[in-house]
Design a protein around this ligand. Structure first.
Ligand SMILES: *[C@@H]1O[C@H](CO)[C@@H](O)[C@H](O)[C@H]1NC(C)=O
Ligand SMILES: *[C@@H]1O[C@H](CO)[C@@H](O)[C@H](O)[C@H]1NC(C)=O
Ligand SMILES: *[C@@H]1O[C@H](CO)[C@@H](O)[C@H](O)[C@H]1NC(C)=O
Ligand SMILES: *[C@@H]1O[C@H](CO)[C@@H](O)[C@H](O)[C@H]1NC(C)=O
Ligand SMILES: *[C@@H]1O[C@H](CO)[C@@H](O)[C@H](O)[C@H]1NC(C)=O
Ligand SMILES: *[C@@H]1O[C@H](CO)[C@@H](O)[C@H](O)[C@H]1NC(C)=O
Ligand SMILES: *[C@@H]1O[C@H](CO)[C@@H](O)[C@H](O)[C@H]1NC(C)=O
Length: 799
C-alpha cells in the first residue's frame, strides 16, 4: 500500500467516522476502554453482527498467521494490532463477588470496590436456590459494570463445584459442600444467574432436574452454542480435585485414583449438571491426574463433556496445569509432548504460558498440527462472540448502561446480608439460650482474634468489599456497652499471653461471645489442614473464658472446614454454638441479627463434621465407600460409618418443626416400560425376584416421576425459614449402596403455629438409582424408603 493511498484512506475513514458520529448520538462513555471492531477496524466479517457467529469466528481464524494463533492460547491473549484486536485477559475470578485473584480484575479506577458475598460454603448452607441465583446475577451485574469501565474481563472462573470430600481440604470453603445433588443444583443456579439466563431456582433440585430456562438475551436464536451470554461462567476443577498440599502430596502431582462408581455418583454429577442444565460456557481441567492421566491431558474426560453432555464452550487448563504435566506429573518426556497431549485432548487455552512457549516447537516436531490450534481458537472465539466482544463499543451494547452506579448498590448489599443470615447455622442452643433479649443485655464481651477484623470476612477469592463491618461492630449496634479482647494474637494462637485480658472482660460482662475457628492461615489454596481441632491454644481460650463468665457463653465458629468441637458440644458452660463460615462484608450485622432474634436461623451444614480421629484416614484415599476390612470409614453422610460431631444437614432454629407426608405413592410398577433385551441377560434375577434394572433399560423414566407433598408445621412462636430435605434409602442390593442419598430440598418460609405446604419431585431413575461398580446407573427393585426428618415412607418398585 503506497503512502499516499494510506493517507487518502485515512481521510476517507475520518469522514466516515464523522458521518456516523452524527447519525449515532450515543458517544463512548469510557473513552479509555479498548475493544475490538472499533473504527476503522470494524469492516472485517468477524465484526459483522448480521453473520452467524461461527462464520465470524472462522473468518477471524482465517485472517491469522500461525504465530498470531499461538499467541492467543494463553490467558493473557496478545493483541493483534493490525486487525484492531486489543489484548484480552481471560482470567477473572468471582466465586462470591468480584475477586482480586485474577489479573483481569482491577479495583484501580472508577469502581474501587464490589459487593463481597459470603464465601460459597455458607451461602450453600442456606439451601435456597433462588438466593444462589440472585447472588450470581448480582455479581454478574457488577462484573459487567466493571468490564464496561475497563476493570474486568467477560470470562470468570467460577463456580468451584468440586465435592468437599475431605474435611481437611483448604478449598472446601469455596464449594457448595459434600453432596453431589446440592453441588449440582448450586452450579446450575450460579451459571444461569451469572451468564444471564432468566430462570430462578425453585422446587425440586437434584441431579438433572433442569428447568426450561427462558433466555432473554440476544443471540442466534436461544439455547445452544449460539445463544448470547451476559458473562461466561466456568465449572471448575474438572475433575476429582480436592487436595491442595497435604503431607508429601501436592495438587500439582497428585494422582487421584477414582473408581468408575465414585466418578459416576460423586465426582461427575456437578459437572454434568453444570453443562447440561447450566449450559456453562467454560470448563476448567484440574492439576491432578485421574487414574494416571493428568486431567488436562485426558481426552476421555474432556471429550465426554462435549459429546455426551453437550458441552459448548471453551476448556481452560488450571493455571500452569500444562506445565505441571511435564514438570510435576512427569507424565510426558518433553514440554512439547505436554502441549500436544492437551491440545489433542481438547484443551483450548492454557492459563499460563506453556502453550505460548512450546507450541511452535511442538508443530516443528510434528506433534501438533495447525488444525489442532484452529479447533481451539474456534471454541475461544465463539465464546467471545457470544459475549458480544466483537460487536463494537460495549457502551452501546445491551449491557452498556451498567457502570459504577450498579456496583455496591443498596440492593446488592442487602442481598449479601440476606445470604449471610440465611446461611448461618445454629448448632447448639441449650435451654433456648438464644436469642438474647435486646433490652435485657446490659453489657457484652466479644472475644477472639478475628472478632474485630473486618478485613478477612470473605475467605479465599475475595475482592475489595463495599463497606465491611467486623463482628464486634455488628453486635455493638445492639449493645453499646460491648468490650472486645483478642484473647489470641491471631488465629494460629500460639500463645496465651492475651488470655488474662479476655478473662478480665468476660468476668465483667453480662453476656459473653467467643469467636473461634479458622482463617486463611489454616485453610486455603495450596494448604490443607492436618488437624480438625481448633488451632493452637484456641480451645484453651474458650474454656478459660467459659470458666469465668457469669452465664454460659455463645461460641461462634468461623471458617470453611468443619471443626471437632466435641468439647464445646458437651460443655454446659457453652450454651450456644453458631457456625458463620466466612460471612462476607455483612457478616457482622448478620450475626448480630441472629443473636438478638431479629432473624431466626435456618441454615444447615452442607458437610459432615468429623471427629479428630478422622485425621488418621489418608487424605489421598479418594474412595467414597467404606472399607471395613482396612479400617477405612468412608466419606460424607452417604457412606461414612464412623462417629460425627455434626451431620450433613444439621442445623437448629429458634422454633421447632414437624412434618406430615400429604401424598406419596406406595407402589410404582415398571410393567411395560422395560425395554430390555432379555437375551442380553441385562435384568438381574435372584431366584424369582428381579433385583435391579439398568436405568437405560427403563423406557419411560418420565412416567415414573411423582411429587411428594409435604406439610411443615412451625410449632414455635417465631416465624422463620425451614429447609426441607427429602432423602432416600434404597434397597441394599450390594455393598457400596449409600446409607441414604438426598433427593431434593426446599427452603420454605413458615409462620408461627401454622403449617406450610411444599412438594419435592422424585424422579426414580435419577433419585432412587445408584451406580454399580462399573459406573452404570441401576434402579434397585423392592422397597425404597423416603426419609423426611424422622418420618419414613416406603415406595415399592416392582414389575
Ligand atoms: C454483513 O454481512 C451481510 C450478510 O453477508 C452483508 O449483506 C453486509 O453487507 C455485511 N456488512 C458489512 C458492513 O460488511
Ligand atoms: C492506578 O491507575 C493509575 C492511572 O491509570 C496509575 O497511575 C496507578 O499506578 C495505578 N495504581 C495502582 C496501584 O495500580
Ligand atoms: C513424606 O516423605 C518422607 C520421606 O520420603 C517420609 O519419611 C514421610 O513419612 C512422608 N510423610 C507422609 C505424611 O507421607
Ligand atoms: C518428577 O520429576 C522430578 C524431577 O526429576 C522429581 O523431583 C519429582 O519427584 C517427580 N515427580 C513425580 C510425581 O514423579
Ligand atoms: C478494633 O479494630 C479497629 C480497627 O482496626 C481499631 O481501631 C480498634 O481500636 C479496635 N478496637 C479494640 C477495642 O481493640
Ligand atoms: C423443640 O422440641 C424439643 C423436644 O420437644 C424441646 O426440647 C425443645 O426445647 C424445642 N425447641 C424449641 C426451640 O422450641
Ligand atoms: C430465599 O432467598 C430469597 C432471596 O434472598 C428470599 O427472598 C427468600 O425469602 C428466601 N426463601 C426463604 C424460604 O427463606
Amino acid at each position: 500500500m503506497s503512502t499516499r493511498f494510506r493517507i487518502i484512506s485515512f481521510i476517507l475513514l475520518q469522514s466516515l467516522r464523522f458521518s456516523l458520529t452524527i447519525s449515532q448520538p450515543a458517544t463512548t462513555q469510557y473513552p479509555h476502554v479498548q475493544f475490538p471492531c472499533k473504527r476503522p477496524h470494524n469492516t472485517y466479517p468477524f465484526c459483522n453482527t448480521t453473520l452467524p457467529i461461527k462464520t465470524r469466528a472462522q473468518s477471524l481464524i482465517s485472517l491469522l498467521t500461525l504465530s498470531e494463533k499461538i499467541q492467543q492460547l494463553t490467558n493473557n491473549a496478545t493483541p493483534i494490532s493490525r486487525l484492531g484486536i486489543p489484548a484480552y485477559e481471560w482470567w477473572s475470578e468471582s466465586l462470591h463477588g468480584i475477586a482480586t485473584n485474577g489479573p483481569g480484575v482491577s479495583f484501580n479506577g472508577s469502581i474501587p470496590s464490589a459487593t463481597s458475598f459470603p464465601q460459597v460454603l455458607l451461602t450453600a448452607a442456606s439451601f435456597n436456590r433462588s438466593l444462589w441465583f440472585s447472588i450470581a446475577e448480582a455479581v454478574a451485574v457488577e462484573a459487567r459494570a466493571m468490564y464496561n469501565v475497563g476493570q474486568a474481563g467477560l470470562t470468570f472462573w467460577a463456580p468451584n463445584i468440586n465435592i468437599f470430600r475431605d474435611p481437611r481440604w483448604g478449598r472446601g470453603q469455596e464449594t457448595p459442600g459434600e453432596d453431589p445433588v446440592v453441588a449440582a443444583a448450586y452450579g446450575v443456579d450460579f451459571v444461569r444467574g451469572f451468564e444471564g439466563q432468566n430462570s430462578k431456582g425453585g422446587a425440586g433440585g437434584g441431579i438433572g432436574d433442569g428447568f426450561g430456562g427462558k433466555r432473554v438475551l440476544r443471540g442466534d436464536g436461544g439455547g445452544g452454542s449460539g445463544a448470547g451470554l451476559m458473562l461466561s461462567a466456568c465449572c471448575k476443577h474438572f475433575t476429582a480435585y480436592d487436595l491442595e498440599k497435604w503431607g508429601n502430596f501436592s495438587r500439582y502431582s497428585f494422582n487421584a485414583v477414582v473408581s468408575e462408581q465414585d466418578l459416576e455418583d460423586t465426582y461427575q454429577p456437578p459437572f454434568r449438571s453444570c453443562i447440561q442444565q447450566g449450559k456453562a460456557s467454560c470448563l476448567m481441567c484440574s492439576y491432578n491426574s485421574v487414574n494416571g492421566i493428568p486431567a488436562c491431558a485426558s481426552g476421555d474426560l474432556l471429550q465426554k463433556a462435549r459429546t455426551e453432555w453437550g458441552f459448548k464452550g471453551y476448556i481452560t487448563s488450571d493455571c500452569d496445569a500444562v506445565a505441571t504435566i511435564y514438570e510435576n506429573q512427569n507424565y510426558t518426556k518433553s514440554p512439547e509432548d505436554a502441549v500436544a497431549d492437551v491440545l489433542k485432548a481438547g484443551v483450548d487455552i492454557n492459563c499460563g504460558t506453556y502453550l505460548l512457549r512450546h507450541t511452535q516447537s511442538a508443530i516443528d516436531q510434528g506433534k501438533v498440527q495447525e488444525e489442532d490450534i484452529d479447533r481451539a481458537l474456534l471454541n475461544l472465539f465463539l465464546v467471545q462472540l457470544r459475549l458480544g466482544l466483537f460487536d463494537g463499543d460495549p457502551a452501546k451494547g445491551q449491557f452498556g448502561k451498567l457502570g459504577p452506579q450498579n456496583v455496591c448498590t443498596s440492593g446488592h448489599k442487602k442481598l449479601a446480608l440476606e445470604a449471610a443470615k440465611q446461611g448461618i447455622v445454629l448448632l447448639k442452643n441449650a435451654n433456648k439460650f438464644l436469642p438474647l433479649n435486646k433490652k435485657g443485655v446490659s453489657s457484652l464481651a466479644i472475644i477472639g482474634p478475628v472478632a474485630n477484623d473486618s478485613s478477612n470476612m470473605g475467605g479465599g477469592y475475595t475482592g475489595i468489599p463495599c463497606n465491611p463491618k467486623s463482628l464486634f461492630e455488628g453486635v455493638q449496634e445492639y449493645v453499646k456497652k460491648t468490650s472486645y479482647a483478642a484473647g489470641c494474637l491471631d488465629v494460629p494462637c500460639n500463645s496465651d499471653a492475651g488470655f488474662d485480658e479476655a478473662v478480665l472482660i468476660a468476668k465483667e460482662a453480662d453476656y459473653v461471645i467467643v469467636v473461634a475457628g479458622l482463617d486463611l492461615s489454616q485453610e486455603t489454596e495450596d494448604l490443607d489442614r492436618l488437624s480438625l481441632l481448633l488451632p493452637g491454644k484456641q480451645m484453651a481460650l474458650v474454656s478459660s473464658v467459659a470458666a469465668v463468665s457469669k452465664r454460659p457463653l455463645v461460641l461462634i465458629l468461623t471458617g470453611g472446614g468443619p471443626l471437632d468441637v466435641s468439647f464445646a458440644k458437651g460443655d454446659s458452660r457453652i450454651a450456644s454454638i453458631l457456625w458463620i463460615g466466612y460471612p462476607g462484608e455483612a457478616g457482622g450485622k448478620a450475626l448480630a441479627e441472629v443473636i438478638f432474634g431479629d432473624f431466626n436461623p435456618g441454615g444447615r451444614v452442607p458437610m459432615t463434621w468429623y471427629p479428630e480421629s478422622f485425621t488418621k484416614v489418608l487424605m489421598t484415599n479418594m474412595n467414597m465407600r467404606a472399607d471395613p476390612s482396612h479400617g477405612y470409614p468412608g466419606r460424607t453422610y452417604r457412606f461414612y460409618t464412623g462417629d460425627r460431631v455434626y451431620g450433613f444437614g444439621e442445623g437448629l432454629s429458634y422454633t421447632n418443626f414437624t412434618y406430615k407426608l400429604l401424598s406419596a405413592p406406595n407402589k410404582l410398577a415398571l410393567l411395560g416400560p422395560i425395554k430390555a433385551d432379555f437375551s442380553e441377560n441385562r435384568l438381574h434375577w435372584r431366584g424369582d425376584t428381579l433385583d435391579f434394572i439398568h436405568i437405560d433399560e427403563v423406557a419411560t423414566c418420565d412416567s415414573l416421576r411423582f411429587y411428594v407433598q409435604i406439610s411443615v408445621m412451625n410449632d414455635g412462636d417465631m416465624d422463620g425459614s425451614h429447609v426441607v430435605m427429602l432423602f432416600a434409602r434404597v434397597p441394599k442390593i450390594f455393598k457400596g449402596t449409600p446409607e441414604k442419598q438426598l433427593i431434593g430440598f426446599n427452603r420454605v418460609h413458615t409462620i408461627s403455629y401454622r403449617s406450610t405446604k411444599t412438594s419435592i419431585l422424585v424422579d426414580p431413575c435419577k433419585h432412587l438409582s445408584i451406580a454399580n461398580d462399573e459406573g452404570k446407573r441401576i434402579l434397585p427393585l423392592g422397597d425404597h424408603i423416603l426419609m423426611l426428618g424422622d418420618l419414613e415412607h416406603s415406595v415399592s418398585i416392582g414389575t
